[in-house]
Design a binder for this molecule. Structure first.
Ligand SMILES: *Cc1c(COP(=O)(O)O)cnc(C)c1O
Length: 404
């Protein structure tokens, strides 16, 4: 039997804190027990705070892919034109979902080490007044890049186009304000930057998105993909369309409480600081970052090109087998090209970062790549700056935490 790793710094699911794992082991309640109703309602309130919105939130049961498919099924009617923005594997996949639900697809595609230019979005919306829906991935985990969601959302709002954002690995890592930025439907997951277990889809839904779903001629109903079923059961009547995953909800309640205790600004700041330090460490080792520019590098993972002559899988195997540190490789079209250092959730910490860079250095040396030991770790620590300043809790978040 393979030994379990000591650190899970993969592209997700990532390490889940002990406190959350304990919460999951509480007794499984009947889902209409008043204590469970209270827990589900509290968890939904916490999710609104994490999304920093007054929009409705829905917790669907199934890993985020379910939430994304539900979003496509609910917002794309046959014959509707949708503008899909592609800067990576997940964006490309979403285009196939749009077509699956009968949508007419217009795509803006950039190389997978680049980000979408908002001006291209403006041009496309101007040239195609028939576009009803815009879809985009916030943080492209496989490429370690982010898209300028704020600017894109504001442009879409000018044109009165509904927006759908995959922020599965964005929420928590990079700032994300759906209401301020004009995002109608956002889908996140607990298992990336929030450091929760996988299994749920977390949705933020604007009034315009509800209206669009309700106006559809054949609105999705009586289906596990129906977001409207959740509105009419849970939001309107405190009933469930199906039995919720009780233990997953305990975990989510604990996960979100921990995130909010830190506060969203501090939580984002911690991810940004570690990602910045990680990039400095990688560059000091003379390795090449995959994202074309540091401004578009994601907060969740740092994607790195494998050095010439070394197989990226060999680096990861060495880190995992000899040192117990799990990281991820490329995914989809990026498989074999790069490896990704992880810094999501509890892993966004100097403790994990320095260990990860240290065993990367040793692993590269073991594979015959010249390394000056300590160069990566040293550069990362130098770039980190004052950690106490980074981790200072924000006053707003502290009041949110005491209110719940
Ligand atoms: C993790 C992730 C998903 C969910 O996909 P899985 O393949 O089931 O992990 C969707 N979108 C993004 C951007 C993700 O990072």
């Amino acid at each position: 039997m393979p030994q379990w790793p000591g650190m899970n710094l993969s592209g997700g699911p990532v390490e889940v804190p002990e406190q959350t794992r304990r919460a999951m082991s509480r007794p499984v309640l009947y889902h209409y027990d008043p204590a469970f109703i209270d827990c589900f309602a509290h968890t939904s309130d916490l999710l609104q705070q994490v999304f920093q919105t007054r929009y409705d939130v829905v917790i669907m049961q199934g890993e985020a892919v379910l939430g994304l498919e539900a979003a496509a099924a609910s917002l794309v009617a046959p014959g509707d034109t949708a503008l899909n923005l592609v800067s990576g594997v997940f964006g490309k996949w979403f285009g196939t979902l749009i077509q699956h639900y009968g949508g007419e697809l217009i795509e803006i595609e950039v190389p997978y080490n680049e980000a979408i230019d908002p001006e291209d979005v403006r041009r496309s919306l101007r040239d195609h007044p028939e576009i009803k829906l815009l879809s985009v991935v916030h943080s492209e985990t496989p490429s370690g890049t982010v898209n300028p969601i704020r600017e894109i959302g504001e442009i879409a709002r000018e044109f009165g186009v509904l927006t759908l954002v995959d922020t599965v690995s964005g929420l928590g890592g990079d700032p994300f304000l759906p209401e301020e930025w004009g995002i109608d439907l956002a889908v996140a997951g607990p298992q990336k930057c929030l450091s929760g277990p996988p299994g749920l889809s977390l949705l933020s839904i604007s009034p315009a998105a509800w209206t669009a779903m309700e106006r559809r001629q054949a609105a999705v109903r009586g289906s596990f993909l129906s977001i409207l079923d959740w509105k009419e059961s849970w939001l309107d009547q405190r009933r469930f369309p199906a039995t919720p995953s009780v233990s997953e909800i305990y975990a989510l309640e604990s996960t979100l409480s921990q995130v909010l205790a830190e506060g969203m600004p501090a939580y984002n700041r911690r991810h940004a600081a570690i990602a910045h330090a990680c990039r400095a460490g990688v560059e000091a080792l003379d390795l090449r970052l995959w994202p074309a520019r540091p401004e578009i590098a994601a907060a969740c993972v740092t994607a790195v090109l494998a050095p010439e002559g070394i197989n990226e899988a060999a680096i990861r195997d060495r880190m995992r087998q000899s040192f117990g540190v799990t990281i991820s490789g490329g995914y989809g079209d990026l498989a074999g090209k790069l490896f990704r250092l992880g810094h999501m959730g509890v892993g966004a910490h100097p403790y994990h970062l320095t260990a990860q860079l240290a065993v990367l250095e040793r692993s590269l040396a073991d594979l015959g790549h010249p390394v000056q030991f300590g160069a990566g770790v040293g550069a990362a620590l130098a770039a980190l700056g004052d950690w106490d300043e980074v981790t200072k809790r924000s006053p707003v978040a502290a009041s949110l935490a005491t209110a719940s």
